[in-house]
Design a protein around this ligand. Structure first.
Ligand code: 4NP
Length: 155
């Protein structure tokens, strides 16, 4: 099983959106027995909370199913438990590496680095624009799934 963890600052907007968008892609390609997906926060800011209503309505608008989500915070012992930690922006990547101390197995990436762009996924907590965030996450997730399939010889 390939274990993927999407990571953002609060785990209420971008990383849960990426989790459910990616789960939908994985399901549509019949890869659920090969790839598991979750999401976590680098900060404790939103502990106890669920997905942001704006994230839920963007997923609804695009017919992406989601289940009950509860904020989880990344910790050092998660490093051994997952194969890929995918940050939404450069700051997330910085904080993921800060939490782990090092990335000796090269597991930490930024989502859009799998696409042709080097952009960050903008944070709708600040921009209020869940649609642009959704579209950029879809681009990144498609590219990441192609990468995973290549890397792991999955057809
Ligand atoms: P996210 O957005 O990292 O995409 O979940 C944020 C959510 C909460 C906060 C910042 C960003 N906050 O400061 O509480």
């Amino acid at each position: 099983m390939i274990k993927v963890c999407f990571v953002c600052l609060g785990n209420i907007c971008r990383s849960p959106m990426a989790e459910f968008i990616f789960k939908d892609m994985v399901k549509k390609e019949n890869l659920e027995d090969k790839i598991s997906v979750c999401s976590m926060a680098t900060s404790t800011e939103e502990v106890g909370n669920s997905m942001h209503p704006g994230a839920k309505s963007e997923l609804d608008k695009n017919h992406i199913p989601y289940t009950y989500h509860q904020v989880r915070v990344l910790s050092q012992d998660d490093y051994a438990k997952y194969d890929y930690f995918i940050g939404m922006d450069a700051s997330n990547v910085f904080h993921i590496k800060r939490i782990f101390g090092e990335d000796k197995d090269n597991k930490v990436f930024k989502l859009l680095n799998f696409s042709e762009s080097d952009k960050d996924i903008s944070d709708p907590w600040y921009t209020g624009d869940f649609t642009t965030t959704y579209q950029d996450i879809v681009v990144g997730c498609k590219a990441f799934l192609d990468f995973l399939k290549d890397e792991n010889n999955i057809n």
